[in-house]
Ligand binder design. Structure first.
Ligand code: FAD
Length: 626
C-alpha cells in the first residue's frame, strides 16, 4: 500500500467539491480532490443558479461564461384552474427574483455538468485535476489532543481505493433518486493511505464521510414524490420560456426553461405508491412517459407534445434533512448534500452546496497559512447549519403549498394563488441568496452597525458603481471584492478636499504607516504588504475635482485603489454608494469585508487611530512575529 500526505483532501467532485477545489487551488493550498465516478455528471440533476451564486461566480472570475451559456429566467408565471372547469389559465406573471439589491436580477438555468466543467477548467489552470475513479475505504480522526492542536500535523487518516474499470449506473430501477445510492461496479483496486491536515466530505446525500464518522441527520423523508423530465416539447403554452407554477385539478407542475429550447418539467406524482421494507416508496412503475403524460394533463387546455424521448429524467422523493454536525473536531468537514437535502423546487441544492464550500475555503486557507486561529473554523458550522435549517423550514412550507390542491368552488380549503405567490415573493431575499445573514461570532461583530445601516453586518456587500479617481473609470464595487482570500478594508473617507476631513484622513494614513497598524500586525514578515489586506478608499469628492493624491500614502497602496462616489461619465450609474449604505459623507466610516464578500465589521475613521481594527482582528488573526 502506498502512502502520501496532503493539506486538504476533498472527497466528491460535485458542485460542493469543485467549488472548494477551485477556491483552495487558486489560493495555492496543497489540495487533492477525488471522486468515485469514472466521469463527471453528463446530464440532469440540479440546474438553477441563484443571483447570489452568480455574484460568487463573478468573484472567482467565472460568471461570464455562465451568463453566456445559461438560460436566464426573469419572470415567474402562475397558472390556476379556470372557473369553467376547462383546464388552467394564467393568474399572474411577476418578476422571478424579488431581491431589489441583487446585482443579477434573474436565475440562470443550465445543467449541473456544465457548472462543474467551469470549475474543472479553472482548477486545471491552477494545476488541480479530479482524480477518479477513487473512493475512500475508511476514515479516522486522531484523538491525540496535541496532534489536533498543531497546525502542522496530519491527524486524519483516509484509506483510498483506486478503482479499475469502474462504471456507474445512475438509474437504479429506472429512477434517479436522492434516497437510493447509484450502483457502482468496479473490478480490482489498489489501496493508498492518505494523511491529511483537513478532509472535506463533499460526497453527496449518501455521504460516506458523514456515515463513517457517525454524524446523524435531523429530519425525514416526506410523502411528496416528484417526477422530473428534461425535454424539448412542442407546445402552444405561452409561458413555456418562463418559470411557471401550475396548480391544476389534474396535479401540480413546475416549468423551468433551460439552455437552448430545452425545458425541465417537475410534476407531482399523485398516485399511491407501494412502500418497501425500508419504508421507501417504490418508484419502479413510474416511467418518463407517465411523467410527461401528467405534465400534459396539468397544462390543459394547452397542447404539449414530446417528439423526442427526454434527455434525462428522475423520480424524486423529497428528503428534508440537516446534519446534526457539519464537522468532526474541525478537522473533517462535510458540505453540500452531505449536510442537507430538500426538495428541488426552490432551485437551492447546487447553490446551498457551493456556498457551503465558498464559506469554508478561505477559512481553511487562513488557518493553513498560519494567518488565523483554528477557532474561525467553528464559524463554518455556526453559519451554514443555521442557513440549512432555515432552508429546510422554507422548503417544508413551499412543498406543502405546492403539493396542496388549488382552491376551487369544490375545494374551498385548497391553496389560494395569493398564498402561493405570497410565499415565493416574501422569501425572495432568502431564495435568491441575497438576504442570507450570518450571525454574530468571532468574525462577525455588529457593534457599530449604525455607522453604515445600509450595509448589514453579516450580509454580503451590496453592489454599487463607484468611479476610480485616477482615470474616472466606473467599477462595480463587488468586482473589487474578489475571492482571493484577502480581507478588503473599505475606507469611506468623505471629502479629503475639505480641510477638516483631510486632517482625519491624514491621521488614519499616518497610523497605518506606523508599527501599530493592523496591516503590519497581522501580515506575516516577508510577505508583500498587501498579502492579507486590500485597502480601498471611496471618497465623496466630485469626480471632476478628486485626485488620487488626495489620499494619504498610508491609505493608498496604489493609485488604482482610490475611488469616489460619483455618477459615471456615461451617466448610467454611480453616485449612490454613500446614500445606499447610509454612510454620512461628513464623517465617513470604515467597512471590513470578509474574503467571501460578507460585511463583518464597521467602525468610524477615528476608531482606526484608536486601534479598533487591531482589536477586531486580534480576536481571531495571529500576530506576525517580530
Ligand atoms: P453531489 O452533486 O451529489 O456530488 C457528490 C459527488 O461525490 C458526486 O460526484 C459523487 O460521485 C461523489 N461521491 C459520492 N460518494 C463518494 C464516495 N464514497 N467516494 C468518492 N466520491 C463520492 N437538484 C435539483 O435542484 N433538481 C433536480 O432535479 C435534482 N435532481 C437530482 C437527481 C439526482 C440523481 C441527484 C443525485 C441529485 C439531484 N438534485 C437535484 C440535487 C443536486 O444535484 C444536489 O443538490 C447538488 O448536486 C449537491 O451538490 P453536492 O456537491 O453536495 O453533491
Amino acid at each position: 500500500m502506498t502512502s502520501s500526505h496532503v493539506d486538504v483532501l476533498i472527497i466528491g467532485a460535485g458542485p460542493a467539491g469543485v467549488m472548494a477545489g477551485n477556491a483552495l487551488a487558486s489560493a495555492g493550498v496543497n489540495v487533492r480532490i477525488i471522486d468515485k465516478r469514472p466521469a463527471k455528471v453528463m446530464a440532469g440533476q440540479a440546474d438553477g443558479i441563484q443571483p447570489r451564486t452568480i455574484e460568487v461566480f463573478q468573484s472567482y472570475g467565472l460568471a461570464q461564461s455562465l451568463l453566456e451559456r445559461g438560460n436566464q429566467m426573469h419572470s415567474l408565471a402562475f397558472y390556476n384552474p379556470r372557473k369553467d372547469g376547462k383546464g388552467v389559465e394564467r393568474t399572474s406573471r411577476v418578476p422571478d427574483i424579488s431581491a431589489p439589491s441583487a446585482r443579477y436580477r434573474f436565475e440562470i438555468t443550465i445543467h449541473q455538468g456544465e457548472i462543474e466543467s467551469l470549475f474543472l477548467d479553472s482548477m486545471r489552470t491552477h494545476g488541480l485535476e479530479v482524480e477518479r475513479p477513487i473512493m475512500p475505504e475508511s476514515i479516522e480522526v486522531s484523538n491525540n489532543e496535541k496532534e489536533l492542536a498543531s497546525k502542522d500535523s496530519y491527524p486524519v487518516k483516509v484509506v483510498l481505493k483506486h478503482l479499475a474499470d469502474a462504471t456507474i449506473d445512475p438509474t437504479p430501477n429506472g429512477a434517479h433518486t436522492n434516497d437510493v445510492e447509484p450502483a457502482l461496479q468496479a473490478s480490482g483496486s489498489e489501496l493508498e493511505t492518505v494523511y491529511a491536515k483537513y478532509v472535506l466530505g463533499a460526497d453527496g446525500a449518501h455521504s460516506f464521510v458523514r456515515n463513517s464518522l457517525g454524524i446523524e441527520l435531523d429530519g425525514e423523508h416526506t410523502d411528496h414524490v416528484w417526477g422530473v423530465v428534461d425535454c424539448v416539447p412542442v407546445t402552444n403554452f405561452p409561458d413555456i420560456r418562463n418559470r411557471t407554477a401550475i396548480h391544476s385539478d389534474n396535479g401540480s407542475c413546475m416549468i423551468i426553461p433551460r439552455e437552448g429550447d430545452k425545458v425541465r418539467l417537475y410534476v407531482q406524482i399523485a398516485e399511491e405508491l407501494q412502500v418497501d421494507e425500508q419504508g421507501r416508496k417504490d418508484r419502479s412503475l413510474i416511467t418518463p412517459e407517465k411523467v410527461m403524460e401528467m405534465a400534459k394533463r396539468s397544462m390543459q387546455p394547452f397542447d404539449l407534445e414530446f417528439p423526442d424521448p427526454p434527455e434525462w429524467w428522475t423520480c424524486y422523493v423529497i428528503g428534508q434533512r440537516v446534519a446534526k454536525s457539519f464537522s468532526i473536531k474541525e478537522r473533517v468537514f462535510i458540505a453540500g448534500d452531505a449536510c442537507h437535502t430538500h426538495s428541488p423546487k426552490a432551485g437551492q441544492g447546487m447553490n446551498a452546496s457551493m456556498n457551503d464550500s465558498h464559506n469554508l475555503s478561505w477559512k481553511l486557507a487562513h488557518v493553513l497559512r498560519g494567518w488565523a486561529s483554528a477557532e474561525i473554523l467553528k464559524t463554518y458550522e455556526f453559519e451554514r447549519q443555521k442557513y440549512a435549517r432555515d432552508l429546510i423550514n422554507f422548503d417544508k412550507r413551499l412543498a406543502d403549498l405546492f403539493s396542496g390542491k388549488a382552491v376551487t368552488p369544490e375545494n374551498a380549503g385548497g391553496v389560494t394563488h395569493q398564498e402561493f405567490q405570497g410565499l415565493l415573493q416574501s422569501m425572495g431575499g432568502f431564495t435568491s441568496g441575497i438576504g442570507i445573514q450570518y450571525g454574530q461570532s468571532l468574525i462577525t461583530d455588529p457593534t457599530c452597525q449604525s455607522l453604515a445601516p445600509g450595509l448589514v453586518i453579516g450580509q454580503r456587500f451590496i453592489p454599487q458603481v463607484i468611479i476610480r479617481v485616477a482615470d474616472t473609470r466606473p467599477y462595480e464595487i463587488q468586482d473589487l471584492l474578489v475571492s482571493d482570500t484577502k480581507w478588503k478594508i473599505v475606507f469611506f473617507v468623505g471629502d479629503p478636499k475639505e480641510e477638516k476631513q483631510r486632517a482625519v484622513v491624514n491621521a488614519v494614513g499616518e497610523h497605518l504607516l506606523s508599527t501599530e497598524s493592523f496591516t503590519r500586525r497581522f501580515t506575516p514578515k516577508g510577505l508583500p504588504k498587501d498579502a492579507v489586506f486590500t485597502l480601498l478608499t471611496v471618497s465623496s469628492t466630485s469626480k471632476d475635482d478628486a485626485d488620487y493624491t488626495d489620499i494619504h500614502p498610508g491609505l493608498r497602496t496604489h493609485w488604482s485603489k482610490a475611488f469616489t462616489d460619483d455618477i459615471a461619465i456615461d451617466e448610467r450609474a454611480g453616485g449612490t454608494a454613500y446614500s445606499t449604505y447610509g454612510i454620512n459623507p461628513a464623517s465617513g466610516a470604515v467597512v471590513c469585508c470578509r474574503p467571501d464578500g460578507y460585511v463583518s465589521f464597521v467602525c468610524s475613521m477615528q476608531d482606526v487611530t484608536r486601534g479598533r481594527l487591531q482589536e477586531y482582528f486580534d480576536t481571531f488573526m495571529i500576530r506576525a512575529s517580530a
